[in-house]
Design a protein around this ligand. Structure first.
Ligand code: TRP
Ligand code: SF4
Length: 329
């Protein structure tokens, strides 16, 4: 029996190169090895984006297209949309009854987001319960592993705590405590050198047309010491070089270091080579996206089919949970 994997992405913006390298590419790599469930977390987007549900729909479609374009295969993995899989809500409700408020209030992402996001009112019941919903997503498939970035570890920890609490309250071992499956990939910097993020406006999106991606790279920040072509630079403080580290060959990286520190190459050349390598990664995705976007209704049908499969698996777990609770069913 293959171990079960579950992971999701919140539908609150378009997918970018950082998400691809840091998460999605890994999802694709492991889809043969495990029984995988991958989903678009549109309800999670609603916890903070409830005032603009239309944006969530757009983002959900963007995620779905990119999941497929990047190589997730519905023959191998179950690909679905959270809101088409209503079992998650039922478990969310049950778990909300047993989750102490204090656990939620001390989740670091909760405090950070409350301070960071000022343009939305996040003092809602649903937003505080974000990790409970995430726990329901995971526990409803009795997942063994959850591939996530380090930023999601507090959510995984609370999932484990909720699973333990359930098991001890109801004297059962039914809930499976999941482990993280950490991707070792370095953080992808954005065009300004900070972590690539939609909120910094520094991202290269999978939906960017090739010429837009090229312009973003051509106009990237570099080592400010290289004002003129003859000035030497320090690649370690240049975001272009940090992207080379992820996308370029050893020879190319050596070429950058040598050329930059001796003013043997110019920033324009350096960026051209970077774009060539990023293009190699993105070109097949761009092509597949074009093809998929010709027929959005068949994409949705695929998601509905995946959601039906996910529902069936989730329903089995809910039955087990009701039995553990000694509940009518
Ligand atoms: N919180 C995750 C994010 O920000 C999305 C998510 C929702 C998720 N439910 C999950 C991730 C369950 C892993 C497992 O993208
Ligand atoms: Fe950055 Fe390359 Fe210019 Fe050096 S040559 S400053 S690494 S863009």
């Amino acid at each position: 029996m293959k171990k079960r994997v579950l992971s999701g992405m919140q539908a609150s913006g378009r997918l970018h190169l950082g998400n691809l390298v840091g998460a999605l590419a890994n999802w694709v790599r492991i889809q043969d090895q495990y029984e995988c469930f991958y989903f678009v977390a549109d309800w999670h987007a609603l916890t903070s984006g409830y005032a603009e549900p239309g944006l969530i729909k757009e983002s959900a479609m963007d995620l779905l297209v990119n999941f497929m374009a990047a190589g997730l295969d519905p023959e191998k993995a179950t690909i679905f949309i959270q809101s088409m899989t209503p079992e998650h809500t039922e478990l969310h409700l049950i778990l909300s009854m047993i989750t102490p408020l204090g656990w939620l209030e001390r989740v670091p992402t909760y405090k950070e987001k409350r301070e960071e996001i000022k343009d939305k009112d996040l003092s809602t019941y649903g937003f505080l319960g974000y990790p409970v919903l995430q726990s329901a997503d995971i526990l409803i498939y009795r997942a063994d592993y959850v591939p996530v970035g380090v930023d999601q570890l507090p959510h995984l920890e609370i999932t484990r705590e909720i699973a333990r609490r359930f098991n001890s309250l109801y004297n059962t071992e039914f809930m499976v405590e999941p482990d993280g499956l950490l991707t070792e990939f370095p953080k992808v910097p954005g065009v300004d050198g900070r972590k690539m993020s939609k909120s910094y406006g520094n991202a290269i999106y999978l939906s960017d047309p090739p010429d837009v991606a090229e312009t973003k790279i051509r106009t990237m920040m570099t080592d400010p010491a290289r004002k003129r072509r003859t000035d030497v630079g320090n690649p370690e403080i240049c975001p272009v070089y940090h992207l080379h580290k992820i996308f370029s060959s050893q020879d190319e990286k050596d070429w950058v270091v040598k050329g930059c520190t001796t003013a043997g190459i110019g920033c324009i050349e350096c960026k051209k080579v970077l774009f060539k390598n990023i293009k190699t990664v993105l070109e097949p995705i761009w092509e597949k996206r074009q093809e998929l976007l010709k027929n959005p209704s068949s994409l949705l049908e695929m998601a509905r089919e995946g959601s039906r499969k996910a529902s069936a698996a989730a329903r089995e777990t809910l039955d087990g949970i009701k039995d553990a609770l000694g509940w009518i069913r």
